[in-house]
Design a protein around this ligand. Sequence first.
Ligand code: NAP
Ligand code: MG
Length: 449
Amino acid sequence: MTTVLNPATEEVIAELESAGVEETDAAVARARAAFPAWRAVAPADRARLLRRLATLVEEHHEELSQIESANVGKPISGARGEVGMVAQVFHFYAGAVDKHHGETIPVAGGIDMTFREPLGVVGLIVPWNFPLNISSWKLGPALACGNTVVLKPAELTPLSALRLAELALEAGIPEGVVNVVVGKGSVAGQRLIEHPDVAKIGFTGSTEVGQQVMRGAAGTIKRVTLELGGKSANVVFADADLERAAAAAPYAVFDNAGQDCCARSRILVEASVYDRFAELLVEATRKLRVGDPRDEATEMGPLVSAAHRETVASFVDGEPLFRGDAPDGPGFWYPATLVEARPDDRIAREEVFGPVAALIPFRDEEEAVRIANDSDYGLSGSIWTENGGRALRVARAIETGVLSINSNSSVRVSTPFGGFKQSGFGRELGMHALEGYSEIKNVYYSTEG
Ligand code: NAP
Ligand code: MG
């Protein structure tokens, strides 16, 4: 049995049967049976079905936002933004269905052409921090390419994925094309990874489980894309607009209570402005509105679970530079926290996945790049400077998949998203995601004789 809680109140909001190996196999069998007909749907019709799903997400925008807010404990304003993106993602991939195609290549003696073939049944395994959003990033391109899917949401947060699967049926997407299994990662997830009829695993989660996905997939040479953890740097140079950078920095790490793979949880500040910036940052963090996720004005809610709060708390020892307010409970609350750190400290190396940011001074540009790159991870990051040449020079030097200059933003529907190093490989969003859900076939046609 899976018991689903509201992290802000600790109330039980659902109890669900937990899928074991048998139920997971049944879902794969349904997806496999649905594949031949789904791949044969004419492109314009497949696009129309995805567009209808996008429209249904828009029509159920408030309902889906409320589900996500209650299940993850995230502020309703953030949940609304995320569900808005889900609709845009399906609109984008509806439009992409007939724009992702093969080519003809000049060769001697005939015609050479390539086709983009679907993979078959793909397993999608997603985490609890942005359940619906991350599901859509995988479902959109997977369905657009003609695959059928088995989606495994995190056990803590299955509700929005279940509602989305109902909307997919209502949109007219045939039975068996979108399947959801609610079950433990170690059981249902592991079975998907090892199942001989699953052609690919699209995974978002921790680097540790990502390693298990790669190992498990080896047995059947499954394709994998891995979107894993991060420890991204927010690099603030002395020539930056310091007020603007300091006002933005809290939202780069405390959004979603820091449970964000893109969190810029290492704030690197040029030594000559370190004290001034720290002052501005404390002021800005103090203003963060923490509390009831149902309140429109709330900017930060609780953590997802009691166990996760314990992990987060284990990172903070000693007196922090700043600790904000948080409700006592019920709910898995943890305050926004700023600590001063050195690059070798645990807090500066490991992903906290909670509202804790580490401030680290640097001497010059060269040292900033060295510290930023001194990480096993390479997912996102920000650079704050008014010097355009430096901005681009540093952007090229930082080993990370996604960067923003004078901004916190990480994801857009039409642009590629994914990691370097142990943050994973493969790209989501934009046209790039379609590469991960199709296989290139080459056909040569002799024109001789
Ligand atoms: P997680 O523990 O790695 O779990 C992710 C998913 O994998 C869940 O659905 C989980 O299921 C499942 N899982 C666990 N063990 C498994 C196994 N042995 N075989 C197959 N599936 C298994 O990650 P999380 O705690 O949910 O999320 C936090 C992590 O995700 C952070 O490290 C964060 O950085 C990363 N993340 C990355 C991105 C990105 O795009 N790069 C985005 C968001 C989050 P159960 O939970 O049901 O057991
Ligand atoms: Mg986990």
